[in-house]
Each structure stands twice: as C-alpha cells, then as structure tokens.
Design a protein around this ligand. Sequence first.
Ligand code: SF4
Length: 97
Amino acid sequence: MTDLSVRVEDKLYQNRYQVDSGKVHIKVREHDKPSGPLRALLTACPARCYELNDKGQVEITADGCIECGTCRIIGEASGDIEWNYPRGGYGISFKFG
Ligand code: SF4
C-alpha cells in the first residue's frame, strides 16, 4: 500500500546529485528585468532551482535539478535559458522505491 503522507520534498531528498563543478548545464541569459518566461520559472521548477536575486533578476542554482525539462519547454525557445543535460556521470541519480 502506498504511503500518501510522504511529501514530495522528502522524496526528492532521497535522490543524489553529482555536481559538475564549473560546468553548469543550465544558464540564464543575462537580463536587467526578467521576461515573462523567466518569471514563470520561479514557480514552475519543481526543485525550486530558480530564484530572484537582490537586483530582481532570475538566477539558477542547478545543483538540485531533476532534469525534468520543464524550464527547457518554458524558456529555451525564447532564448531566456540555455539548456543541456549534465555530462555523463554527473547530475541526478534517482532512487526508486
Ligand atoms: S529541468 Fe526541471 S528541475 Fe531542472 S531546473 Fe529545469 S525545471 Fe527545474
């Protein structure tokens, strides 16, 4: 029987992430004021990788990225972000079960 009381955040915590230091796999285009797609990423990313800095610009910390592709769909076509998978051996390792 599935335990419905487990929170998504607790499940995400079970995953492991291998950081590829100095080689970020998602970049946010430089901007002064965030576009609509960039603002949408603040709430669309399930891992909460996007945040506003103290200048009101959108930044990404991709260390917890689960490579779901949501931000790629929202922000790549407009040029707001540049999206790539991490290099082999880096990024998310999912724990199933
Ligand atoms: S791929 Fe998914 S988890 Fe990773 S930064 Fe984009 S929206 Fe967030």
